[in-house]
Design a protein around this ligand. Structure first.
Ligand code: HEM
Ligand SMILES: [Cu+2]
Length: 575
């Protein structure tokens, strides 16, 4: 039972209080969605510039090249290349995927799915978004500093990220931006956790929560524990850069005492490995729900899925060392980390099998959210399997820092999280904005994205296995890599096609939000979770009466149902 007061507030009246400084979790969710989509565009454009350079070295980037890089006649210069992959990785992870899945859907869905009127701390929620905006401004400001933005990679390892490696203001701004973003996400995480624990509608036990809420909740726990670790690391790095301390500087570079660059890697990956799960857990939860909704079957082994996700969350905190096999850690440590990492396959295999069990013999409805969910099953399967080679010390020694790694992590994080985000956007569109997106164009978007994405990331794994090193401006100066040019051109064309197909999504989205006249029904997908019991789009107070929960979220095909329906609402009691 809720011990926080949940009364109905008056609806805000002015533009500012309604859309800019809103306390409403739904508006804040939408703010995060726009913010994420904007950055997705920027990060995607940067990816295209990286790929262009790798496929057509020395040729000017089409259309906007001359404007962006006038001094080289439109060709991406080497130092800019380093900046591009750094900013691309940073933006995609922290400013695109995180805001969309956690900021937008976390905010929008958690209160609605657990039957609450808002988050536990609405003011903290408002602050969390505005601090995120501040962080975004700090990050982008780096692009306009004399030496350009940060260029030390999204991991920002010293000594690349100390004053020796990057003297410019851009790197300092990057480090500050990530620190500030950490504050924003920690505020969000505290809010999510408190909300889930205290504001669940009467009758809703933890296993009655949709798996989306499980995923988002576990993510929030990881965020609350590990973002402060990254924040601390970034703060020390700022001290090294601005105040002349020597936490991460070693040897002659340090004025006194000895710092240690590797120390930063430990700090970074203690956060960094859980971060991968921070990104993926919401997508896993959403996909687990959607597969059941569109297969019209109860989610197979839903409790086991929830517990596997929990087990993975716990294990994800003790495997970070697999990112550092090549740093000359002691063999005892590398072996321990290898064993721990491998144990993650057990719960992963359980819930992956549950996904298959859910769709097995279902009456599948191939609507766009289902297509994207099946896409996640496919790409995550590939990403998970290729991870085993990187978890194994002996094979990682060879594969480390090649494009195999880049292909692998794009499959697991980029591809599956991106597809999961699209699934969620198409699915919750009617509840968020009151209209449906066009199904035909959604499917076209799905297929081109899916084909493009596999061309890109499969291609990356192939060239990586052949030995192509990552982060090199022009790898083809090495003779053995010259022959990989054609595959690289193929990858780039796949990226261009996939990039262009996102225009379909944007037009479809903007059209549905602003121009579509035809309203969606309250429950167009015929699903029984709490958010579908209220009007579309959801009214500002969410629930007139706080609902009373009688059953779980995936009750499909109950033989006692009357009429045409094959599902029951969570507020209904049936034998
Ligand atoms: C689908 C379009 C995308 C394409 C074509 C693409 C392409 C690339 C390329 C070519 C690199 C440089 C690799 C290297 O030189 O080492 C890269 C790096 C990276 N990408 Fe993507 N990417 C895409 C989407 C994403 C998404 C959605 C994410 C986030 C979840 C992401 C996260 C990263 C990260 C973390 C790096 C590493 C940056 C670094 O080396 O510091 N990418 N990407
Ligand atoms: Cu890891």
């Amino acid at each position: 039972m809720a011990f926080y007061e949940q009364h109905i507030h008056d609806a805000p009246k002015t533009f500012l209080s309604k859309y800019i400084f809103s306390y409403d979790h739904k508006v804040i969710g939408k703010q995060f969605l726009w913010y994420g989509i904007l950055f997705l565009g920027i990060g995607g454009m940067m990816a295209l510039m990286i790929r262009w350079t790798l496929a057509f070295p020395g040729q000017p980037f089409p259309v906007i090249g001359n404007f962006l890089f006038p001094s080289t006649g439109g060709v991406v210069p080497p130092d800019t290349y380093a900046m591009l992959f750094t900013m691309h990785g940073t933006i995609m992870i922290f400013y695109a995927i995180t805001p969309i899945l956690i900021g937008a859907f976390g905010n929008y869905l958690i209160p609605l799915m657990i039957g609450a009127r808002d988050m536990a701390f609405p003011l903290l929620n408002l602050l969390s978004f505005h601090v995120a905006v501040l962080s975004g401004v700090l990050l982008l400001a780096g692009l306009f500093t004399p030496l350009g933005a940060a260029a030390g990679g999204w991991t920002s390892y010293p000594t690349l990220s100390t004053l020796i490696g990057s003297p410019g203001v851009g790197q300092t701004l990057w480090t500050l931006a990530i620190f500030v973003l950490g504050i924003s996400s920690t505020m969000g995480a505290i809010n999510y956790i408190t909300t889930i624990i205290t504001l669940r509608a009467p009758g809703m036990g933890y296993f009655d929560m949709p798996l989306s809420v499980w995923g988002l909740g576990l993510t929030a726990i990881l965020n609350a524990i590990f973002l402060p670790v990254l924040g601390a690391g970034c703060l020390l790095l700022v001290f090294d850069r601005v105040f002349g301390t020597a936490f991460f500087l070693a040897g002659a570079a340090a004025t006194s005492g000895t710092g240690d660059p590797i120390l930063f890697q430990h700090v970074f990956w203690i956060f960094g490995h859980p971060e991968v799960y921070i990104l993926i857990l919401p997508a896993w939860g959403i996909v687990s729900d959607l597969l059941s909704f569109f297969a019209r079957k109860p989610a197979f082994g839903a409790k086991a899925t929830a517990l596997s996700m929990t087990t993975i969350t716990i294990l994800s905190t003790v495997v970070y060392g697999h990112h550092m096999y090549t740093t000359q850690m002691s063999p005892l440590l590398t072996q321990s980390f290898m064993t721990l990492t491998m144990t993650i396959s057990i719960p992963s295999a359980i819930f992956f099998a549950n996904w298959l069990g859910t769709i097995w013999k279902g009456s599948i409805r191939f609507h766009s959210p289902m297509l994207f969910s099946l896409g996640v099953v496919f790409v995550f399967g590939l990403g998970g399997l290729t991870g085993l080679y990187l978890a194994t010390v002996t094979t990682d020694l060879y594969l480390h820092d090649t494009y195999f790694v880049v292909g692998h992590f794009h499959y697991t994080m980029a591809a599956s999280v991106l597809l999961g985000g699209f699934a969620a956007t198409y699915f919750w569109m009617p509840k968020m904005f009151g209209t449906m997106m066009n199904e035909f164009w959604a499917k076209v978007h799905f297929w081109i994205t899916m084909i493009g994405l596999n061309g890109i990331f499969m291609g990356m794994m192939v060239v990586g296995y052949a030995g192509m090193h990552r982060r090199l401006y022009n790898p083809f100066v090495y003779e053995f890599m010259e022959r990989m040019m054609p595959i690289n051109t193929f990858i780039t064309w796949s990226a261009i096609i996939m990039g262009l197909s996102q225009i379909i999504f944007v037009i479809n989205f903007v059209h549905a939000v602003f121009f579509k006249k035809e309203k969606a029904g309250d429950n167009p997908w015929e699903v029984g979770t709490l958010e579908w019991t209220i009007p579309s789009p959801s009214p500002h107070y969410n629930f007139k009466e706080i609902p009373i929960v009688k059953c779980g979220p995936h009750e499909f095909g109950n033989p006692n149902l009357t009429g045409e329906r094959d599902f029951q609402y969570q507020t209904e009691e049936l034998a």
